[in-house]
Design a protein around this ligand. Structure first.
Ligand SMILES: Cc1cc2nc3c(=O)[nH]c(=O)nc-3n(C[C@H](O)[C@H](O)[C@H](O)COP(=O)(O)OP(=O)(O)OC[C@H]3O[C@@H](n4cnc5c(N)ncnc54)[C@H](O)[C@@H]3O)c2cc1C
Length: 387
């Protein structure tokens, strides 16, 4: 990585944001032969949500688009370590969703049916079967669950570093500690980015700045509807392996998994957080999490939390991402709004985005998820987002 390498005076494509999404796009561009690419990151490489997430990777979704995307993404995750020569601690212990109400159980049943029609091996389970999959659970009050053994977890940091190394090897300039301060436009077209380390002229700019994307797009006069939302998470002391799947409870938003290092990593829904780009941690979260966790798995009541942190979800009004060009500014491309699941989407989305940039055509998915939908009112409701 080229933290001290000089910035080039020009590049065909400038990617703003050195998170998983920006790096996956840059990597895919370089693989397709487009090597005049630079990635600009204002801080260190895992400083954004890509270094702060739970590493959950699943094909269990209630949207057909997401199921199809994630089938490919899981395949890429499986091959990633070998291809990138870095251990990403990928463990396919499955995902077990549990529902404690009839309404949520019905939603799970509908999702399972759709997922099976798309070739997944997800199955609906009753309380007894849920207990068999995760014996630590107290299943009193569990109405139904859904389980897919192919889902899993990764360790996010080496995943990001793997992309960064591969980018550098392919000739992409990856520049941490390089903040974009402004975007220069001429005659309705983006022509350069101004940074803390100089100016880079370019043909195309990709905004992959996660929850900071509205800030960056505003530099070109573009108003994005995304809102940052702080999401907290914590890791426990390491324990002997005892938990196969990531467990996610629909009512409380509780989720927890055991990493390959033995830690229990988990979070819970918490709407009462400060507005804006806030990455601080609060005591309220620990109370909510420990109550939900000990209800789901009482034996974890004596678990010791070692580390608590937070990052920002990048929330869109309809739950679908915002991808592709901006009608008002030629050369400006958006790849943001991935809510709380952009990490798992990035391995498959990078190559799709690279093809979109190189072919210059708008694929069906990019048409539906374009920014203009908020002006035309044709929202792309993502359906029930499980977890
Ligand atoms: C606690 C938590 C748990 C999560 N759990 C999961 C999960 O289990 N599975 C999953 O798939 N997803 C999960 N997510 C969501 C996932 O982490 C994000 O969707 C994903 O990492 C977004 O990647 P990104 O590259 O778009 O954004 P980021 O990783 O945030 O990267 C954007 C980068 O842009 C940089 N930047 C901003 N402004 C500028 C500027 N002006 N100039 C240069 N650089 C700039 C930032 O510093 C940042 O590094 C979770 C998120 C959080 C916070």
């Amino acid at each position: 990585m080229s933290g001290v390498a000089p910035l080039p005076e020009r590049a065909d494509v400038v990617v703003i944001g050195g998170g998983i999404m920006g790096l996956s796009i840059a990597h895919a561009l370089a693989r397709e032969g487009q090597r005049s690419v630079v990635v600009l990151e204002k801080s260190y490489l895992v400083s954004g949500a890509s270094g702060r997430n739970g590493g959950g990777v699943r094909a269990q979704w209630s949207s057909e688009d997401f199921v199809e995307l994630m089938k490919d993404s899981i395949r890429i995750c499986r091959d990633f370590a070998q291809e990138m020569r870095i251990n990403v601690w990928f463990r396919q212990g499955g995902y077990l969703f549990i529902a404690r109400s009839d309404a949520h159980a019905q939603q799970l049943a509908a999702s399972v049916e759709m997922q099976r029609a798309h070739g997944l091996s997800t199955r609906l389970v009753d309380a007894r079967e849920a207990k068999r999959v995760a014996p630590i659970l107290d299943v009193a009050g569990v109405v139904a669950g859904s389980y897919n053994a192919d889902d899993g977890v990764v360790f996010p940091w080496p995943f990001v570093w793997g992309y960064a190394h591969a980018c550098t090897e392919l000739g992409v300039g990856v520049h941490p500690f390089t903040e974009v301060l402004d975007l220069d436009l001429q005659a309705g077209r983006v022509v350069a980015v101004e940074t803390t380390r100089g100016r880079v002229r370019c043909e195309q700019v990709v905004v992959a700045a996660g929850a900071w994307s509205p800030e960056v797009a505003a530099m070109a006069g573009v108003d994005l509807p995304n809102q940052p939302h702080r999401h907290e998470i914590c890791a426990s002391e390491p324990l002997k392996p005892f938990l196969e799947p990531l467990v996610a409870e629909l009512e409380s938003g509780l989720y927890f998994s055991q990493s390959m290092r033995g830690e229990i990593i988990g979070g819970v829904s918490n709407e009462d957080v400060p507005e804006g780009l806030d990455q601080g941690s609060g005591l309220r979260f620990l109370g909510l999490y420990s109550r939900a966790l000990t209800r789901a798995a009482p034996r974890l009541g004596s678990l010791r939390v070692l580390r608590q942190w937070a990052g920002c979800y990048d929330i869109t009004p309809d739950g679908s991402p915002i991808v592709g060009g901006v009608d008002e500014v030629a050369g400006l491309e958006l790849c943001c709004g991935f809510m709380g699941h952009g990490f798992m989407m990035a391995p498959v989305f990078g190559p799709l985005f690279a093809r979109h940039l190189l072919r210059g055509e708008e694929a069906e998915l990019f048409r539906r998820w374009n920014l203009r939908r908020f002006a035309t009112g044709e929202l792309a409701e993502a359906g029930m987002i499980l977890g």
